[in-house]
Design a protein around this ligand. Sequence first.
Ligand SMILES: O=C([C@H](O)CO)[C@H](O)[C@H](O)COP(=O)(O)O
Length: 213
Amino acid sequence: MELQLALDLVDIPQAIEAVKEVEAYIDIVEIGTPVVINEGLRAVKEVKNAFPHLKVLADLKVMDAAGYEVMKASEAGADIVTILGVAEDMTIKGAVEEAKKQGKKILVDMIGVKNLEQRAQEVDALGADYICVHTGYDLQAVGRNSFEDLRTIKRVVKQAKTAVAGGIKLSTLPDVIQSEPDLVIVGGGITGEPDKKAVAAEMQKMIKQGASA
Ligand SMILES: O=C([C@H](O)CO)[C@H](O)[C@H](O)COP(=O)(O)O
């Protein structure tokens, strides 16, 4: 089980500072969609250059023209690029093909997918590397989470790794670990804490214990 730090509400220098604090405890750094909107793929490039030993995920949430967008993110240094599960099959196929060509991975974000069980099976068959259930900020604000959705994809996904994102905190991490996802994505649960290092260290410890239990 891996831990991904999601950086959403920061600029490039703040992103680098945040990663410096927790780099010993995380596996993947996510350059969040708001960061890409504000700073462009330069954020991916600068964070990858600063932390070459960490994997960097570009949260582009691709919806169309996937081959081109995955190529550009790969050129910037992304190891993993996100595409939306609600995209057309041919778009997801294009993303997977381009990622393979570039030696990179694709994470399919199932945010907004209504028929989760069926779509997860389809996306799995299209060759996604990761399938991620995700409660976005807007649904988090009305008290939703993805824990049940995680159990659903764990049941039906055969090839891809499973991932979960959206409002995960230290207090809710045990629930998540119980379902044994391959990747746990945490943003505000680390970046919103006064002692990011201590929280990330505790999360890594819980994940390692959970993974070996
Ligand atoms: O993908 C995300 C969101 O849509 C904003 O771009 C976040 O990175 C993801 O939800 C993880 O962040 P937290 O919910 O703060 O843990």
